[in-house]
Write a protein that binds this ligand. Structure first.
Ligand code: ADP
Ligand code: MG
Length: 815
């Protein structure tokens, strides 16, 4: 925390305590006398400096004042602090990183934060292009380009105390360095020593280093010490010559950035350091100081500096705490505002609930609803009856029977003379819904014999609807003539239920009177898509469905704009997918098993390991695995490949082939997760299973065993730590998605619930790493702010308001 910030915090506390001089132990004066000098150093505006001197904090006698005098004094100091806060004036709000940097104001750069990163020394236009691949274009982006983790090289030891096998850092003098033959390649060898002794260090394949290692230069080395012929040796350690500058590669917590091809850690560290030192001071802190104080958060520039180059683990954690708080707060505020807009903005359409329509539909189903389905249906009907538009999230495990509930709701909309829409994340899913919904509706009716492609008409609902019920499928791959025809019909109200993909929310689709919109598999759509769909009608009811069980705290945070309904029960007689966690060396057995199943006419999934840092790497790895499996393991079977880097239509194509049985095995990355229904699939092998969350694994295995045949899920970990083993063994015993989700939240934090597919939500980079406690904290603060100042109109909330609109506009596009 900077001097200014702690001053502000202390004074605020003192004021809250009624100016009784109890905010700091030993009294305020003592504190001020000590801090004044340091604060003064950070002021770089002459006028403010003069005003500061007039306050005379260095010789304050607050303790001897009367209560009134104290209050007046307080007003004076706060007045000064306020002037200080105005952008473009006064002192820089924060020192950057460690004390050392703060003391070097000459590093401060005046170019704006929106400057291209080429203003950083050493970033050429070709490097700029590489950064662009990581979405880093401006200085501001680079400040927000966070390390994924740190290597802890902070344990410095004298040479004599270095021990074999541990990561350590030592600082010494280079006595000698030369090019040497190591193994059968050229490398560099050096002798480095301090007053306690000498050690040999070698760098394989890097003979050019020898030139940089001048004799007598001071060097810091971090890495693992090994033994060679009984002597300790540093093997290819990170190194850094000690000029006067701060260490960035060694001797500290060293940041590890998520890189892309052609960017190297050492360079990137140099650039981020320079950026942090030069620019972090310009970040204006948008959090009201009251919130910062109450939640004990770092100020923004410090948090940014510390997340890159933390003083220690505790500071790294505080930096993460502050930045993830920001993400969650902005998320919450946006979501709360949206909820209010929808619910208070305009009245919705109250539906009349015709029990006869409902019982007619239910009677014709080949099953009866489960209790959970009944309950949820009632919750939905209660919403639909009201003039306040429904905003409901329906959670229910794979196979829990959400579709039938949605279908009934759509039917009721139609019976009320409104149109209904159902939006699914992929064409295959949309088609699947179209077929199922048309079938279950025509159980009642009986279909018209002849229809246009992608349309079905059901005659017997005439009784309730005064005309046949028409259902249409609207997906991107329709011919433009068909699309146009459909758009026309939708516009004229000739279609009652439209089922489709994002195609539904395109600009040229205009409903005549959309009364209900259902969104399936919520995690692929965000708040903004919901809002787009909402705008397609006159404040229609919205029902969002997801098969990802989300613990309650999480659901409230992510979907705070929605009410919750849960189907927590599966239809009777559902088999559980037999799950087994294998040892890595048992892979052959898994293959044999899979082969046998395929020979019996079944199909299988093989899921490749998750590579969180890069979808490109993940796709590459999946491709390699696909080739290996096709050539070496299953040359007699037909394999397909699915990964996130494939263009949409290609993905759809592969899924279609798999569904139709043209493929035996689908090798896939985690993209397969969304609710695809392949009844003949009976085996799922998950490679690198320990890298996935339990919820996600559960989601995967929901893809198999969808008909009467037994489904199997084989988890093959890469490396099995005791924790991972315990986690994976849970999969064998627990078959309830909610229980697994709670366990996930407990064991791994909220990360995986903020999937990478939260389109329409502000970027969540760090919130993933926090715990559920910080979720609650951010949520509480957001509610407080929202209650006190719903439109953020107060002066002190202006910066926050600006930040909020920025955060929520970034993802405003959907396609
Ligand atoms: P999800 O919730 O995953 O979307 P679906 O709605 O696709 O699940 O339902 C899965 C299967 O279960 C469908 O074939 C559906 O017809 C069937 N189903 C739904 N409800 C019941 C029930 N109460 N009893 C028996 N089968 C049901
Ligand atoms: Mg479904």
């Amino acid at each position: 925390m900077t001097g200014i910030d702690s001053l502000r915090n202390v004074l605020e506390l003192e004021r809250r305590k009624g100016c009784t001089d109890r905010a700091v132990i030993g009294g305020l004066d003592k504190y001020l006398h000590k801090q004044a000098g340091q604060i003064r150093e950070t002021i770089n505006d002459l006028q403010l400096l003069r005003a500061f001197d007039e306050l005379n904090l260095a010789r304050s006698s607050y303790g001897s004042y009367s209560l009134d005098e104290r209050k007046r004094w307080m007003t004076g100091v706060f007045g000064w602090l306020e002037k200080l806060q105005k952008p473009g004036e006064g002192c820089q709000p924060s020192a950057v990183g460690s004390q050392k940097v703060a003391a070097e104001p000459r590093q401060r750069r005046k170019e704006g934060l929106e400057s291209p990163i080429t203003v950083i020394k050493g970033i050429s236009t070709s490097i700029e292009k590489k950064f662009a691949r990581l979405n880093v274009r401006t200085v501001r982006d680079l400040l927000h380009f966070f390390p994924r983790r740190y290597v802890d090289y902070s344990q410095k030891k004298p040479v004599s105390e270095l021990v074999e096998g541990e990561e350590q850092t030592t600082i010494g003098t280079i006595w000698q360095a030369r090019v040497a033959t190591l193994g059968n390649r050229q490398g560099t060898e050096a002798i480095v020593g301090d007053e306690t002794g000498n050690i040999r260090a070698v760098w394989f394949n890097q003979p050019y280093l020898a030139k940089s290692f001048r004799t007598n230069a001071r060097i810091a080395m971090s890495g693992t010490v090994g033994l060679f012929k009984g002597h300790k040796v540093f093997e290819s350690p990170e190194w850094e010559l000690l000029a006067d500058k701060e260490l960035i590669h060694t001797g500290r917590l060293v940041p590890v950035y998520p890189l892309t091809q052609g960017l190297y850690p050492r360079q990137v560290r140099k650039w981020t350091k320079e950026t942090v030192d030069g620019f972090a001071w310009q970040l204006s802190d948008f959090l009201p100081s009251e919130v910062k104080t109450r939640c004990q958060l770092l100020d923004l520039p410090t948090a940014i500096a510390q997340i890159h180059y933390p003083d220690d683990q505790a500071m790294a954690a505080r930096a993460r705490g502050r930045l993830s708080f920001d993400e969650l707060l902005l998320l919450q505020l946006g979501v709360l505002a949206k909820k209010r807009d929808w619910q208070e903005g305009q009245p919705g359409n109250a539906f009349r609930i015709d029990q006869e329509v409902i019982s007619r539909f239910l009677q014709c189903l080949p099953f009866t609803l489960t209790n959970a389905q009944e309950r949820v249906l009632q919750e939905i009907l209660d919403d639909l009856k009201r003039t306040k538009a429904m905003s409901r999230l329906l959670q229910g495990e794979v196979g829990s029977g959400k579709t039938v509930i949605a279908t009934l709701a759509l039917l009721i909309a139609a019976a009320n003379g409104y149109q209904g829409a159902l939006m699914a994340p992929t064409e295959v899913l949309a088609e699947q819904h179209y077929t199922n919904i048309r079938n279950s509706l025509s159980q009642v009716g009986g279909r018209e014999p002849r229809c246009q492609p992608g349309e079905g008409t059901i005659r017997r609902y005439r009784k309730f609807l005064s005309k046949p019920l028409t259902i249409a499928l609207l997906i991107g791959s329709l011919s433009s003539a068909d699309k146009e025809r459909l758009h026309g019909k939708i516009n004229q109200g000739k279609v009652d239920i439209v089922i489709g993909t994002h195609a539904i929310i395109q600009k040229d689709v205009e409903f005549r009177n959309l009364g209900l919109a259902v969104i399936d598999e919520q995690h692929r759509f965000g708040v903004l898509q919901r809002s787009a769909l909402r705008q397609k009608g006159f404040n229609p009811h919205i029902l969002v469905m997801t098969a990802t069980p989300i613990p309650r705290t999480m659901a409230l945070t992510l979907y705070g704009d929605l009410d919750l309904s849960v189907i927590d029960e599966l239809p009777p007689g559902r088999q559980v997918v037999k799950t087994k966690c294998l040892e890595p060396q048992d892979r052959e057995k898994a293959y044999t098993f899979l082969h046998r199943q395929v020979s019996n006419g079944r199909q299988a999934f093989i899921i490749c390991p998750l590579i969180e840092e890069s979808e490109i790497l993940e796709a590459k790895a999946a491709t390699t695995e696909y080739q290996r499996l096709s050539r070496e393991v299953f040359p007699d079977l037909k394999l397909g490949l699915l990964h996130g880097q494939m263009p949409g239509p290609e993905k759809e194509q592969v899924m279609r082939h798999f569904r139709s049985g043209e493929l035996d095995i689908l090798v896939s990355t985690s993209v397969v997760e969304v609710g695809i229904d392949v009844p003949r699939a009976s085996v799922m092998i998950v490679e690198g299973a320990e890298r996935f969350g339990l919820s996600q694994l559960h989601q995967f295995r929901g893809r198999v065993g969808r008909d009467k045949e037994q489904g199997y899920c084989l988890l093959i970990p890469e490396k099995l730590s005791p924790e991972a083993r315990e986690r994976l063994h849970l999969m064998e015993r627990v078959h309830n998605g909610f229980a697994l989700a709670e366990k996930d939240l407990e064991l791994r934090g909220p990360g995986q619930f903020f999937g990478t597919h939260q389109s329409g939500l502000p970027d969540l980079k760090l919130a993933k790493l926090t715990d559920s406690h910080s979720l609650e904290l951010a949520r509480r603060e957001a509610m407080t702010l929202f209650q006190k100042d719903p439109d953020l109109e107060k002066a002190e909330n202006q910066p926050l308001r600006q930040q909020l609109s920025q955060a929520w506009s970034k993802d405003a596009e959907w396609s």
